[in-house]
Design a binder for this molecule. Structure first.
Ligand SMILES: O=C(O)CCC(=O)C(=O)O
Ligand SMILES: [Fe+2]
Length: 213
């Protein structure tokens, strides 16, 4: 595709101060990213977390790096151990780390170093309700979010839950970076529409990279 040959033609869409969509930024690395996901899943399988309110998250999740985001009857938190295996989370694959750092730099965040890589897998019909990412203690660090497989509609809101939401289509290889004044903006994923497999995937993977502590 054109955007692989001519990176300068990729779209760059500013969502808000500190927040940008880097269209196709991860596309050339997608095969390596998918292989790295498989490697992580062998050590830390995907699982659907319970929430403190008795529900269950629609996306299946796991993590890599020093800290993993977990949820159970006690609520949400970061943990250095995988509650499913009792072991430390798998080491963050180098391709995850290098892509996250490059995307952060491209978005203007020069100092970023991910400590946590969250893997979300959305089957068709699964989404993620509007929320803020506020379990991280380092508020200066941005969130780097990579989309692979089926497309999604990302809801990009504001600082309050009832602020108007923009609907932003995200496709295989797109990267969203948000931080600075947008770090705590509300966002979500509308239920994924079924469709023909993309890059061999009949679902959507999302990778998010964060500095936690
Ligand atoms: O799947 C996405 O694009 C967003 C995921 C997200 O907001 C999260 O994991 O906190
Ligand atoms: Fe989030």
């Amino acid at each position: 595709m054109m955007d692989d040959l001519f990176p300068e033609t990729r779209t760059r869409q500013v969502l808000a101060p500190g927040a940008v969509v880097l269209g196709g930024f991860a596309k050339a690395n997608a095969p390596a990213l998918l292989q790295a996901i498989e490697d992580v899943l062998k050590q830390a399988p995907l699982r659907r977390y319970k929430t403190a309110r008795g529900g269950q998250l629609a996306a299946a999740m796991t993590a890599c790096g020093r800290y993993g985001w977990v949820s159970d009857g006690r609520g949400y938190r970061y943990d250095e151990l995988d509650p499913l295996t009792g072991r430390a989370w798998p080491t963050m694959p180098l391709i995850f780390q290098s892509l996250a750092v490059r995307a952060a730099q491209e978005a203007g965040y020069k100092q970023f170093m991910p400590q946590s890589g969250l893997i979300n897998r959305y089957a068709p019909g699964a989404g993620m309700g509007l929320h803020q990412d506020c379990d991280e203690q380092v508020v200066e660090a941005p969130i780097i979010s990579v989309s692979l497989g089926l497309s999604a509609i990302f809801q990009w809101g504001g600082a309050t839950r009832n602020a108007p939401c923009r609907k932003v289509p995200l496709h295989h290889g797109d990267v969203v970076v948000w931080g600075g004044p947008s770090r705590h903006n509300f966002h979500g994923i509308m239920p994924i529409k079924p469709g023909p497999a993309v890059a061999g995937l009949g679902w959507r993977y999302n990778l998010t990279f964060r500095t936690v502590r």
